[in-house]
Ligand binder design. Sequence first.
Ligand SMILES: Cc1cc2nc3c(=O)[nH]c(=O)nc-3n(C[C@H](O)[C@H](O)[C@H](O)COP(=O)(O)OP(=O)(O)OC[C@H]3O[C@@H](n4cnc5c(N)ncnc54)[C@H](O)[C@@H]3O)c2cc1C
Length: 498
Amino acid sequence: MSRAIRSIVIVGGGSAGWMTAAALARTLQRDCTITLVESEDIGTVGVGEATIPPIRLFNEMLGISEADFVKATHGSFKLGIQFNGWSRPGESYFHPFGTYGKPFETVGVHQYWLQQHVGGAIDPIDNYCMAWHLAQAGRFAPPSRDPRNVLSTYDYAYHFDAVRYAGFLRAYAEARGVVRHEGKVAGVAQHAETGFVETVTLEDGRAFAADLFIDCSGFRGLLIEGALHTGYEEWTHWLPCDRALAVPCAPTPDFIPYTRSTAQEAGWQWRIPIQGRTGNGYVYSSAFIDDETAARNLLSRLDGAALADPRALRFVTGRRRKSWNRNVVAVGLSSGFMEPLESTSLHLIQANISKLLAFFPDRDFDPLVIDEFNRVAATETERIRDFLILHYHLNQRDEPLWRACAQMQIPDTLQTRIEHFRRFGRLIARDMDLFGPPSWTAVQIGQGNRPQRLDPVLAYREADGAAWLAKFRAAMAAEAGKVPSHRDYVAQHCASHG
Ligand SMILES: Cc1cc2nc3c(=O)[nH]c(=O)nc-3n(C[C@H](O)[C@H](O)[C@H](O)COP(=O)(O)OP(=O)(O)OC[C@H]3O[C@@H](n4cnc5c(N)ncnc54)[C@H](O)[C@@H]3O)c2cc1C
């Protein structure tokens, strides 16, 4: 007898629910019903405006055209994140998508830059990445496919309206057979012996049975926690922010192709331009500022008129102890949350969906499969966690939150990486790193981690580092001038109307 999964119920219709529904509908083309239950009364988190480059693979996997997607979501393009005041007030650095210099050099460009820096040069390392040349000039076009051209050395992602993205994917999923039911889940029935979830029941009594349940119910984790009591590992001692206020404001004429993250007294403020508005938010620690002051400060620091009242969100940073428990897989906020500092939440949704497809079960729910899924999910999350802590820990600011972060004990996995950079400017890779060497370079140098000594390998090189760097910088500046403005690119290829 076939043990194949024949029915799937997704609980929740936020970004996680509809991304999952779309991917499952695309992949499971027959012999399996996909049902999604969501409650308009409960609503969604609805923020989630900035992304990282792998989202392009997700859209490509669905066969979605970039222009249709950007139009539908009022999107814009993102070349990286500018961090203002994170090392100390007045200083700034760029975390680019892409590389410094060119990727195939055996000695990293940052090593030559460090060599010059020791020699007294103070030119920011940002000047040696193509993404920053374009970003600072407000320009955008997709990268060149010619590897000899410096315009091939950057990558990009999007900013968009997360509510519109969920709506766009809903239309996609429903067109491929996903059936949506409106209503509030009031009960979860489990098998008396195994604890497997058998049905979810709505307030009006409708019940939905399935072989496999996907919990996309948001922070509440209705199935993974409410029913299965899976447990949560909290990381607030490393990432102390626990609240956010989000508010859109009127757009400014510059329409920059990057996110801005500005450190504030008790957290940081994001600025994300999309078509028709700019998204803003203050992510803060309630132990260091009260909600009223945070709201006042956020509103006073907008660069356009507020278009709504600030929306308050609370969260506990950490991860569910298992993302997959019995026949329930948690995707999205139900599986954990880390603040949006590096725009990783939508990516983690995508990552759990990819793993679910790679480890798709049958009704035996083999523990070997579930354990591997959970091992990979835990490692992916911890790698991102360490990268986020790096931003907080390496700071030289003087407010209480920042002093506490500079002094806190950090995970050994991160301490090792910081120490390697501190010795010789070396970047230590770990399996399943989402953020690669250029990202670690950007943040370590940007936050002031300077090596005690130069990498010994530099002594064997004949290249004149200064001339080599100057060549890159000039080539990048020249090529940037040939790229259209971000505003013109969007107007020409993917302008949204209304
Ligand atoms: C302040 C903040 C900023 C963020 N910024 C970014 C960003 O820039 N980039 C990024 O990638 N991510 C960001 N995120 C994360 C991102 O918003 C979420 O990962 C994403 O929206 C997924 O949310 P979700 O679908 O898991 O949950 P939700 O949006 O909360 O959706 C939960 C769904 O479950 C349904 N539901 C819940 N309970 C029931 C019930 N009893 N019955 C029926 N339905 C139910 C709800 O109706 C809803 O449809 C941010 C998050 C926060 C808090």
